[in-house]
Design a protein around this ligand. Structure first.
Ligand code: AHG
Ligand code: MN
Ligand code: MN
Length: 341
């Protein structure tokens, strides 16, 4: 092609279309679904960006299924994604952190839809009111039931069955990062043209890093393996660049994104207070686990691979160890040694 026609900017929409030949099936459908998520992300971004101005900060006065206080933006983001997915025509059901039951989409345009979406519409909501990075996490599966009413089994698939997964980070810039199983690509929102533009092609997480991310305030409640691993991170050793830095934002998406770029490990272990961990398998852990693996990293529940866990409920929780492969592997070794299952 003559260089005059070469594009210097590749938008998310262009990239999805160009890559759709890679999809094993239903090429156009998955492309449209990803596009719909991108559009909803832009709408949520618009609101997040003016959060200090409009009357959208603070609690809404209700709790979600997990008894967590809902923020106004949690509810707004949930509505935006549900509405975009319902009118897009490619999604037949949604499992959201904010809804106890799965949501079956019965709009006319969706009657032949073949995908289900799991979503954490706003992750890190305790950071909304203080202008700290938050995000959205999503995971897409093909429905397994053949037709009719959607079944719970359509959602209770192992993470290995995902066909696309991604997150949006509303940070100092807004980015959308996703995978369809052929590597990980990141797009930065250019507000002047209102488009996500390819900025981080083929992302790879360094094999090891110098950052550990964990809510150390819960130290007394951690399993012995995690306590010992933290001690390891804090010991001085020039060869491994220890002691490592401790970095914890409290927004999983933001902590994960930083460690993906720089190398590091994020841990939300089982604690005495949350014996199964805090984070949710379907719409927090599985999508990030697939992304990290596609970027060359590792995700574990402390003993084995996250993507191999057979889910048995929509809002199931799991301990979560994710990031640079060598760091996660070592944390698993500490668990095996000090905290047998
Ligand atoms: P959400 O806002 O979707 O409920 O998720 C909050 C999660 C996650 O984003 C974060 O890493 C973790 O909770 C922080 O928990 P702690 O405050 O217990 O550290
Ligand atoms: Mn979350
Ligand atoms: Mn959330």
């Amino acid at each position: 092609m003559n260089s005059i026609y070469k594009r210097s900017v590749v938008t998310l929409g262009q990239f999805i279309i160009e890559r759709q030949a890679d999809f094993p099936y239903a090429k156009g459908e998955l492309s449209r679904l990803l596009r719909d998520i991108g559009i909803a992300a832009k709408i949520v971004n618009r609101e997040v960006n003016k959060a200090g101005l409009a009357d959208i900060l603070g609690d809404i006065g209700s709790s979600n299924v997990q008894g967590e206080e809902q923020k106004k933006l949690d509810v707004f983001a949930n509505e935006q994604f549900i509405s975009a997915l319902s009118s897009g025509g490619e999604c037949c059901a949604i499992a959201s952190e904010e809804n106890e039951e799965m949501i079956q989409i019965s709009s006319d345009v969706s009657k032949n839809a073949r995908y289900v979406v799991c979503i954490d519409p706003l992750d890190g909501s305790s950071n909304i009111d203080v202008n700290v990075s938050i995000g959205t996490i999503f995971s897409i599966y093909r429905r397994v039931s053949l037709s009719g009413t959607i079944q719970l089994s359509d959602f209770l698939q192992k993470g290995t069955e995902q066909v696309a997964a991604g997150y949006v980070i509303f940070g100092s810039s807004t980015m959308l990062v996703y995978t369809t199983g052929r590597g990980v690509n990141g797009f930065t929102l250019d507000p002047s043209i209102g488009e996500f533009c390819l900025s981080h092609p083929d992302m790879k997480v360094p094999k090891t890093g110098t950052i550990y991310s964990i809510n150390e305030g819960n130290y007394v409640h951690f399993p012995e393996g995690v306590k010992q691993y933290i001690k390891y991170c804090q010991v001085e050793e020039a060869a491994t660049k220890r002691p490592y830095s401790s970095r914890y934002i409290g927004s999983l998406v933001a902590d994960f994104h930083r460690n993906l770029l720089k190398g590091g490990i994020y841990i939300y272990p089982a604690t005495a207070k949350s014996p199964k961990g805090k984070l949710r398998l379907l719409y927090e852990c599985n999508p990030l686990a697939w992304i990290v693996e596609q970027a060359g990293g590792k995700a574990s529940d402390g003993y084995g691979r996250i993507l191999d866990i057979q889910p048995n409920s929509l809002h199931q929780r799991t301990p979560f160890y994710i990031g640079s492969s060598e760091m996660v592997k070592l944390a698993e070794e500490y668990m095996a040694r000090f905290s047998q299952k």
